[in-house]
Design a protein. Structure first.
Length: 502
């Protein structure tokens, strides 16, 4: 190869490296006419590979320096690398390995903004759809057979107020005792939804369902606000029997009940019995002494008086016992003699008042003052009484039953206070005598001379008829049905017991 050809080849190579748009293969160059055919000449595969690596390195360096290669230059480089023959004789050109270099495109700064915008639009559309479905749309309902439209999630109260309660009338406000306090103060209306009642208190929170069938009617009557209390139920009193001796056979105890107290009316009404009370029971019995003997009791009222010593003397002479019902205002040394002689001391109250006409305090005072006076005079505090005129009703038992052991009446009334004569008094006792009988006489309160005159014959006549004269307490003891504390005069009301209210 002459020097001109080498120089030309060098120029062409330099142009290829400089990025010429195309490279012409050696075999395609024009030859001088008559010039000999040049022998085939191939570059080695190593040389081609080295060239490719050099080009790649140059490209990488150019990219690193921030310079961009044009598309034409890159294409020419690829063509030149593919067209370069091997310099080895008889060896086929090496296959071109594909370039592994990838070109990374820079993303646009507006791409994230566009994506975010799309997300916002989608979320907004979903929110609008959910809001319409569950919060903003109207639903259809039927009220009293007529179709209405209301906002979804409306409460029953909102629906009612928006439609003036569909023209129904409110109920009345009633007192706890049943009186009308306000013609329009009751429940505003009565509501059913799909056949189920909705309480007035729930209307403000009850959500109207879609396609609901609603019934709205006039409101019902309501009861005023009230306070519920638990209070005692006082026992009542029961009187049973009709005998001469009365005593408490069962003490009363309170029960429990609930009551309503109206806030506006102030009325109090009973609502429910929680525990039934135990009623006080007063039993009346006629003594029935057991055994083969007959017993009778003589009793004397209104003493002591100037007639009492004579009566005591006659009783002592005959060796018999009696019961004396002294007045508290009359208690004296004679009262002590009554006890000393073995007779029974009892009370006829303090001043002989008609007890049913006394108020509670006076009644109790009449009883207790007599006990005090008799105890002071005789040394004995009695519990047995005989009410003046025999008047001691259930009311007196209810107010003072805790003070006494028994109230003693009589089976034989001599009517000695009428001064019928000594024989009349004798006849009355003897004709009326029976086993367990109680005879009424007096040793005070008037002229008792006829009683003194009749007493000895009465005692002798009774003994002749087989009677033993005893005290009232002894009659009860011989009977066997009377409680021991009643007989002994030691009755005490239990701590958990109460007297009836009258």
């Amino acid at each position: 190869m002459n020097d001109n050809n080498r120089k030309q080849q060098g120029k062409n190579t330099a142009q290829g490296k400089a990025g010429a748009p195309s490279a012409t293969p050696r075999s395609a160059r024009p030859r001088a006419k008559g010039a000999p055919q040049p022998a085939p000449h191939y570059r080695s595969a190593r040389t081609a590979t080295t060239g490719a690596k050099s080009a790649a390195a140059a490209g990488a360096k150019t990219a690193a320096s921030g310079k961009k290669a044009t598309g034409a230059t890159k294409a020419a480089s690829r063509q030149r690398a593919a067209a370069t023959p091997s310099t080895r004789v008889g060896v086929a050109p090496a296959a071109r390995r594909p370039s592994t270099t990838k070109v990374k495109r820079a993303s646009s700064p507006r791409t994230p903004l566009i994506a975010a915008g799309v997300v916002v639009v989608l979320v907004a559309a979903a929110v609008l759809g959910i809001g319409y479905r569950f919060f903003w749309r109207n639903i259809d309902v039927t009220v009293n057979g007529t179709a209405y439209s209301t906002r979804i999630n409306s409460t029953a109260d909102e629906l009612l107020q928006a439609n003036d309660y569909f023209g129904v009338k409110p109920g009345k406000l009633m007192s706890v005792g049943g009186k009308v306090l306000d013609e329009k103060g009751g429940d505003r209306c009565t509501v059913q939804v799909n056949g189920e009642p909705v309480a007035i208190a729930d209307l403000a929170t009850f959500t109207v369902p879609e396609d609901a069938d609603i019934s709205v009617k006039d409101g019902g009557d309501a009861t005023e606000k009230h306070e519920e209390k638990t209070v005692d139920i006082a026992p009542t009193i029961e009187m049973e029997g009709s005998g001469a001796i009365q005593f408490v056979s069962q003490w009363g105890k309170n029960g429990k009940k609930t009551v309503w107290v109206g806030e506006r009316s102030g009325e109090t009404v009973d609502k429910e019995v929680v525990e039934e009370p135990t009623n006080m029971v007063v039993t009346s019995l006629n003594p029935k002494p057991q055994g083969d003997k007959k017993y009778i009791a003589l009793t004397f009222d209104d003493g002591p008086s100037s007639y009492s010593p004579d009566i005591l003397s006659i009783l002592k002479k005959n060796g018999v016992k009696a019961t004396f019902f002294n007045l508290g205002t009359q208690a004296s040394a004679t009262s002590a003699t009554v006890v000393e002689d073995g007779h029974e001391m009892a009370s006829h109250t303090n001043s002989h008042q008609n007890l049913p006409k006394c108020d509670r305090d006076t009644l109790r005072s009449e009883i207790t003052k007599a006990f005090d006076s008799i105890e002071e005079a005789s040394g004995v505090r009695p519990q047995m009484i005989r009410a003046p005129y025999g008047a001691f009703t259930s009311a007196e038992w209810a107010r003072a039953g805790d003070l006494i052991s028994c109230n003693v009446l009589w089976n034989i009334d001599t009517l000695d206070w009428q001064l019928p004569g000594a024989q009349a008094i004798v006849d009355e006792v003897l004709s009326g005598a029976y086993n367990g009988a109680i005879a009424l006489m007096h040793d005070g309160g008037g002229d008792r001379s006829q009683d003194i005159a009749a007493l000895d014959d009465i005692i002798k006549g009774l003994k002749a008829d087989g009677y033993e004269l005893v005290t009232v307490a002894e009659l009860m003891e011989l009977d066997g049905r009377f409680p021991e504390d009643v007989i002994n005069g030691t009755v005490k009301m239990p701590e958990d017991a109460v007297l009836p209210e009258v």
